[in-house]
Design a protein around this ligand. Structure first.
Ligand code: FO1
Length: 308
């Protein structure tokens, strides 16, 4: 059994590679839900959906999120009726949000909903996609232009405001869904996907008991850096780390995880960082972490599994 923690486009790409090279292994994927947002009365869980769309082969590969070939007629109509439409929800994607909202109104938990949507998309039963918590949480960003939901910072404001602080609303009430702590403790390996350490992995680590379980598990805990040459390939990890006064490098990421990981995986381009990461008491693996296609993602996953 392998457990992975992640959220966002990079995690989904890595998980597609991991799923393809671990065919007989059961895979638990604990997904960030801090990015969740309610828009037009619908419950949207972007990081869960990005993993489901990717693993089902339906992802829009160019964008890294949403469904390939989707249309936007409904959004156009909402715009015509004077609604805010900065968050681009496609017509087919809308089906997922309607189904999620309907199941939630019937009393199903986020865990049950993720499982039902996974099955509806034909995801193999050995792959268990689980939200980090069933309790509603939201990632908010304090910026020089005021406080806003993470999606507003990312999508509506195009990451332009300077980040001062990040906090997760209601995180103190969030506990993991049943089984998650045991999965961390009983897995052969726990993988921290190449995701934003502040807004994708950070919220998961703040859910009650998760960081402690990672510290105490006998599993090998391996993190893959989302940064290459001090920059993120996509998304705001670099500018957020800078805004928060953190060192923007794989070493900076390793420092955030050093209390619970055994091995840090960094890109070939950052090989000169290996000695300083090892000084933190961690092992390193230096490989190509750029996942430009599924073969590269599989190669990265194979290299990571080779550590076990
Ligand atoms: N990302 C964007 O940059 N622009 C969008 O309009 C957008 C819409 C969207 C709709 C559904 C969905 O599941 C994801 C969507 N994303 C969009 C991606 C999402 O904001 C981010 O990938 C994650 O939240 C980052 O972890």
């Amino acid at each position: 059994m392998i457990t992975a923690l992640g959220g966002g486009v990079g995690a989904a790409k890595f998980l597609e590679g991991l799923a393809s090279v671990s065919a007989d292994e059961s895979l638990n994927i604990i997904v960030n839900t801090g990015d969740d947002i309610t828009l037009h009365g619908l419950k949207i869980s972007p990081d869960i959906d990005t993993v489901i769309y990717r693993l089902s082969g339906m992802i829009d590969k160019k964008k890294g999120w949403g469904i390939r070939g989707d249309t936007f007629f409904c959004l156009g109509e909402l715009k015509r009726q004077g609604q805010e439409t900065w968050f681009n929800i496609g017509d087919r994607d809308l089906g997922t949000h309607i189904y999620r909202t309907h199941l939630s109104a019937q009393g199903h938990s986020a865990t049950e909903i993720a499982s039902k949507i996974s099955r509806a998309f034909g995801i193999d039963k050995r792959i268990n996609i689980v939200p980090m918590t069933d309790t509603g949480v939201e990632t908010w960003i304090v910026t020089d232009q005021g406080e806003m939901h993470f999606q507003e910072y990312l999508v509506k404001r195009h990451m332009k405001p300077s980040v001062i602080k990040v906090y997760i609303k209601n995180i103190d009430r969030a506990f993991p869904p049943p089984g998650v702590i045991n999965h961390i403790k009983e897995s052969q390996a726990v993988l921290i996907c190449p995701s934003n350490p502040i807004i994708s992995i950070g919220p998961i680590l703040q859910v009650k008991g998760i960081r402690e379980a990672l510290k105490s598990t006998s599993a090998k805990v391996v993190a893959i850096s989302p940064l290459i040459g001090g920059a993120s390939l996509k998304g705001p990890a670099d500018r957020m780390m800078k805004g928060l006064g953190l060192e923007v490098s794989s070493t900076g990421v390793a420092r955030l995880y050093r209390d619970f990981i055994d091995i840090m995986v960094i890109d070939d381009q950052d090989s000169d960082e290996a000695p300083q990461i090892e000084e933190l008491g961690l092992d390193t693996l230096v490989v190509n972490t750029v996942m430009s296609d599924v073969e590269k993602a599989s190669g990265l996953a194979r290299a990571v599994l080779g550590l076990l």
